[in-house]
Design a protein. Structure first.
Lengths: 538, 583
């Protein structure tokens, strides 16, 4: 190392050179001659220059810490709107809302004295409460306020009070005990024999028990549905009732996979597919008018429907053969060639297909339902569309998720309650997922729209929870569910997740490496020199 | 070819008057010289507006009908085109150019809306939905590619006067889109007979997209019969293609062209140098190529579509009567007595095969002269500026032609309007040529330039329209993949009455950066900053001493130190091993 051409060399202030030289002499072989000439020591530094150097280093660091760091922090920060995480988790865990469906059932008893009626009511309620083991679904009986007048007007008032009452029971004297559910109104006629009128002394009555059992049987399916929904959600276990019977649970699982997602509007497409060029037209307008429209009107309080129809010639199904096996049914719809593209509006499409042909499903039957999609009917003669329309009506009802038993008005009301419960639980679950997502991924941004969506959801969930069971509850639950989904699937949230750390390294290293290393090294050296000086001073 | 045009005219009149017939289709074959064949497929179906609004679809495709209703579109024109029509040797375009679009995809529609913003929203819905239906990138027609033509397009349907004020014409092009089989499949699905029967059974992606030029069109328009109130919605789908007969005749499983065997070469033996190994090809201009339907389209026609019940012959061919045409059994030939046309009526059950043998014939069906020849190209050089030159020729010796020339240029091609010049036959007589002009300047990243010029060309003259432009520099993320290929500029649309023709599209090279630029910039600036920082910092914090007073940085000492360290470690390791062995 010859440095004769250089007059000056920057020297590190501090490290003890003498120490190193002696060490080197120790490590060197014994016969080696040390070639290093004895060096001159630089003159001792003035305390003035040491202090000055300290100030320089300090000011560099001050600029970095006071200006650089905040700017860096500010410019690379990810906007995370504040979310009410506790509330969201409360909803998800079912702490915020106890879904309760109080069903008001009115009893009309014209033939009994007032106190007799009161007594009957009490005993029946007792019997009901004894039977019921599921607190969320509660049947509450009450006496019809104007016993005489409602009986006279009958059906019409039943319609008006639909909003409030789940069912009206009319007690009528008869020869035998029997229950008769009216098909087009939520009215249950119960005939009783005179000897069944409870005496005021007895604590139970056979009529009361009979009514209670009948009611229980009628609402068993709805109860099971709600219980199933609660048990599949993350609600606390003590809320859900005793475990459902396996076969009931299985049929309910089928019911959930079968039914469409709830929407305010559905689009129905009726298609005629034929493998040849004939028939090229069908009398669908009249058939729809006669068999479909009345059903759709009765659904109008829950969902609206738009309809279109089409005729497609030269359509070959995805499977061939005269007998269709069960496993072939899913491949029957030739998705690649049949123009069954979903509608472009927001409404989900339900497809109903009439296929002209002689095929038969294995084991008989010419129609089947495709879960969450629609139904197929195979028919060789399309001059009479009535059977196909009746099958489609049934398929539509079960695709919408209505229960299988009961009269139509009761099924619709059950549908409202079950749908609101489902939406409520789904929206709550989404809130929980969003809260967990925000906690699990600290690097994602949370735009303001997500926070707004969360607040909208919670507000409507609250309203839905308060008015559960009615139209309003359903509407609120729907809005809540929509807002929750929108907040959860906000696109701009995931933009940062796919920005790998290697890229950050590539951006920061070229600047921070060459600048940072001298800064840190000087501080270390200065600190070492300072410590040595202090030790030397002592 | 006059007859050809009159037939088209007759057909269009016919469809207007016989609107009660729901569906009709026709294929017109016209041999073009040399050894090319123009095949024009036309499919038309109607539905009453009433059943359209109730969404009961029969022959009208439901998928398209739903989109039109959802986007409040009253009239729709969609074009997919590929290749260049050689007007010099092929004559006038089929349908006079009315069923043709520029290279790529072109879409224009009349959308009903109260305000411009609403119209834009519905246009967006329309393009997105059509994009899904036709598997084309129509959703890329954004505001920069959308124009609202003022003079160029006229609605071809009958619109109610009441709704006329609320109709907005929007026009978009995608010159870069490559039209291919995935666009044909949805097109065929819209037809009532699919590709299973009738003339549509001849359509095959392999043949269609092998054509020298092809154009697919879909037009939806309302048609009202005069005087009565019932309106119909008419959908017309056409496919026109120019096929190379020799190319089509190549076997499908072995499509590589091979040299003709020696014995099959047709040589001019009168040439003095004609011998065993030299051959001058014989002039085959008078020779008509022999072909059959199944050679050209891959398979014969699979019977008539049973829905077409209006009695129009589904297959016609435009050749002189002296030309031999043999059709298979079950079809009936109808000769047009005073023209070159002959049509065939088909049996719905039987396949149609048509054979035209090789024949020497002097008579040819005459080519119709186009109204205007148009070509457009770039002029100028360099990365910064350029120019465009459009050469427009009126071939008619007697009639002047009046038309609207419309350019919709991308925003990064900044037009200098003051450089717009029209020379007629090489002379600057600017005034008479350009009659009227509509110009809407571009806004960066928001909309493109729209230029519409009404031009009058006197008989037998050529107008050269030139203008200059500047190339903008795009942002890093605005370059498409493969930016060095260049940027496609949409064809100019020339509207003559209700007929429109298009120039070819242009490929504009823009200054393209190196795409590793951002990291290079980061590293370069960082290096400069680090250097200057290091210089200043060292100057401030280092102490300067004489050489002999400085620290010695002895490499040998360091080496010895490291060696000693390793030695010590090894020794310790060995000792440990020995200890283990002992145990």
């Amino acid at each position: 190392m010859s440095a004769s051409s250089q007059a000056l060399v920057a020297s590190e202030p501090g490290p003890d050179i003498y120490d190193e030289n002696t060490k080197q002499n120790e490590d060197a072989p014994a016969n080696a001659v040390s070639a290093a000439p004895k060096r001159k020591e630089p003159p001792p530094e003035s305390s003035e220059s040491i202090r000055q150097r300290g100030y320089v280093i300090l000011s560099f660091w001050a600029i970095i810490l006071i200006i650089g760091l905040p700017i860096w922090w500010k410019t690379t920060a990810i906007y995370r709107a504040r979310l009410p995480l506790d509330q969201m988790m409360d909803w998800a865990d079912g702490r915020a809302c106890r879904p309760v469906f109080p069903l008001r059932i009115s009893i009309e008893v014209d033939s009994l004295q007032d106190h007799e009626a009161q007594h009957l009511l009490r005993t029946t309620q007792h019997a009901l409460d004894d039977l019921n083991d599921f607190s969320a679904h509660h049947l509450r009986l009450e006496l019809s306020p104007s016993n005489a007048s409602t009986a006279a007007t009958g059906l019409s008032t039943g319609g008006v009070e639909n909003e409030e009452l789940a069912l009206v029971i009319r007690l009528l004297p008869g020869i035998t005990t029997k229950a008769d559910l009216q098909s087009y109104a939520p009215i249950l006629d119960i005939y009783y024999t005179p000897n069944q009128i409870p005496s005021s002394s007895s604590s139970s009555s056979s009529l009361g028990n009979y009514i209670a059992n009948t009611l229980r049987g009628m609402f068993a399916e709805e109860q099971a549905m709600i219980a199933y929904l609660l048990s599949t959600s993350s609600a606390p276990p003590e809320r859900s009732p005793k475990a459902l019977a396996p076969e009931v649970a299985e049929s309910l699982a089928k019911w959930t996979t079968r039914s469409m997602k709830y929407s305010r509007t559905y689009h129905l497409t009726f298609s005629l597919f034929t493998p040849t060029a004939t028939p090229s037209s069908w009398d669908i307008e009249a058939a729809l008018e006669e068999h479909m429209k009345p059903l759709l009107e009765s659904f109008s309080s829950i969902s609206n429907f738009t309809i279109d129809t089409q005729v497609q010639l030269y359509a070959t199904p995805g499977v061939s053969g005269d007998i269709l096996k069960k496993e072939d049914l899913s491949g029957f719809i030739n998705a690649a060639e049949w123009p069954l593209s979903p509608s472009i509006g927001g409404a989900p499409t339900i497809n109903f297909i009439v296929y002209v042909g002689d095929m038969e499903v294995e084991g008989g039957g010419k129609s089947w339902l495709i879960p969450q999609w629609g139904g197929v009917v195979i028919q060789s003669d399309i001059s009479d569309l009535r059977p196909a329309m009746l099958i489609f009506s049934n398929q539509l009802i079960s695709l919408l998720g209505a229960p299988e038993s009961g009269s139509l008005p009761l099924r619709l009301m059950t549908l409202v309650r079950v749908r609101s419960a489902g939406l409520l639980l789904k929206a709550s679950g989404t809130m929980g997922s969003l809260a967990r997502l925000t906690l699990a991924l600290p690097s994602i941004s949370i735009p303001r729209s997500v926070a707004e969506g969360v607040y909208t959801t919670i507000e409507h969930l609250r309203k839905a929870c308060d008015g559960l069971g009615g139209q309003e509850g359903l509407e609120n639950a729907r809005i809540a569910e929509e807002a929750a989904e929108k907040a959860f699937f906000e696109k701009s949230m995931v933009g940062q997740v796919y920005f790998p750390d290697e890229h950050k390294l590539a951006v920061y290293m070229p600047l921070l490496g060459p600048v940072g290393v001298p800064l840190v090294m000087t501080v270390l050296k200065e600190a070492r020199a300072w410590r040595k000086r202090r030790r030397g001073g002592r | 070819m006059r007859q050809f045009h009159s037939l088209l005219l007759f057909l269009s009149l016919f469809t207007l008057s016989v609107a009660t017939s729901d569906y009709h289709e026709q294929l017109l074959l016209t041999p073009l010289h040399p050894s090319l064949l123009l095949a024009s497929f036309n499919f038309q179906s109607n539905t009453t507006v009433n059943s359209f609004e109730q969404q009961n679809f029969r022959n009208f495709p439901r998928s398209l009908g739903q989109i039109l209703q959802h986007a409040n579109t009253r009239e729709l024109h969609l074009r997919f085109s590929l290749g260049r029509w050689d007007a010099e040797s092929w004559g006038a375009r089929p349908w006079g150019g009315a069923r043709e679009g520029g290279t790529g995809v072109e879409l224009w529609a009349w959308v009903e809306a109260e305000t411009d913003e609403e119209a834009d929203g519905r246009w967006l819905t329309l393009t997105n939905a059509l994009s899904g239906l036709f598997c084309a990138s129509l959703n890329f027609i954004d505001s920069t590619r959308t124009t609202r033509p003022v003079m160029s397009f006229q609605p071809s349907g009958d619109h109610k006067n009441s709704s006329w004020d609320n109709l907005h014409l929007l026009h978009g092009t995608l010159p870069r889109e490559v039209v291919c089989t995935e666009n044909l499949t949805p097109f065929l699905k819209l037809l009532p007979c699919k590709g299973k029967a009738g003339i549509s059974s001849l359509l095959d992606g392999h043949k269609l997209f092998d054509a020298s030029w092809q154009s697919m069109s879909i037009d939806v328009r309302p048609v009202c019969s005069a005087g009565s109130n019932d309106c119909q919605l008419q959908i017309t789908q056409t496919i026109d293609m120019v096929l190379d007969i020799q190319r089509s005749k190549r076997p499908r499983d072995n499509p590589i062209p091979r040299p003709v065997p020696n014995e099959e070469l047709r040589c001019d033996a009168s040439k003095p140098y004609h011998s065993e190994d030299t051959c001058f090809p014989l002039d085959t201009a008078a020779q008509e190529e022999g072909w059959t339907l199944s050679q050209i389209f891959g398979h014969p026609l699979k019977g008539a579509c049973p829905l077409a019940t209006d009695g129009i012959d589904p297959v016609c061919i435009n050749v002189p009567h002296a030309r031999q045409v043999f059709a298979s059994e079950g079809s009936h030939e109808h000769l047009d007595p005073n023209g070159f046309m002959r049509c065939f009526q088909l049996d719905p059950e039987k396949e149609l095969e048509m054979i035209l043998p090789q024949q020497e014939i002097t008579e040819k069906a005459p080519l119709e002269q186009p109204l205007l020849y148009a070509e457009r190209s770039f002029i100028g050089y360099g990365q910064e500026r350029g120019g465009v030159q459009a050469i427009l020729t009126n071939p008619s010796p007697t009639k002047a032609v009046d038309f609207v020339y419309m350019e919709s240029l991308p925003w990064f091609m900044k037009l200098y309007l003051h450089t717009l010049k029209a020379k007629i036959n090489g002379l600057d007589t600017h005034k008479d040529v350009i009659q009227e002009m509509y110009y809407r300047p571009a806004l960066d990243r928001k909309r493109g330039t729209q230029l519409e010029v009404r031009i009058l060309i006197p008989a037998n003259s050529t107008v050269v329209l030139t203008y200059d432009f500047e190339k903008a520099i795009l942002r890093y993320t605005e370059y498409p993949p493969d930016a060095n290929r260049g940027f496609d500029v949409a064809p100019a649309v020339i509207t003559i009455g209700n007929v429109s023709i298009r120039t070819t599209s242009l490929l504009l090279p823009l200054p393209t950066p190196d795409f590793s630029m951002p990291y290079n910039v980061i590293i370069l600036t960082s290096t400069v900053m680090a250097l200057s920082f290091g210089f200043v910092f060292n100057l401030l914090v280092r102490r300067f001493v004489a050489v002999d007073e400085a620290d010695q940085w002895d490499v040998r000492a360091v080496r010895l130190k490291i060696a000693a360290l390793i030695k010590a470690k090894l020794k310790r390791f060995r000792n440990a091993e020995k200890a283990e062995k002992r145990e």
